[in-house]
Write a protein of this length. Structure first.
Length: 80
């Protein structure tokens, strides 16, 4: 589980850097929410492939994606 979360964290750092560059350094709550939604995408893709070969490992990717989606939606739809 720690390796899955580390992978998700690295993806998030990369997405944050890209968002920072393209938004001229203006990071809002909605941008951070979008970064969290983007962090869930690799977990969904890798988890879908893992389901074919190692179904017991797929649940860790699903947990990671679920956490990221919930945080992302919370940040996007809740006013600061």
């Amino acid at each position: 589980m720690a390796l899955v979360m580390a992978l998700t964290l690295l993806v998030g750092i990369g997405e944050y850097a890209v968002a920072y560059q393209f938004n001229d350094g203006k990071i809002t709550q909605k941008v951070i929410g979008a970064v969290f939604l983007g962090m869930a995408l690799p977990s969904l893709l890798i988890g879908g492939v893992m389901r074919l070969f190692r179904p017991n490992l797929q649940r860790y990717f699903a947990i990671s994606a679920g956490i990221c989606v919930m945080i992302g939606l919370l940040l996007i739809f809740v006013k600061p």
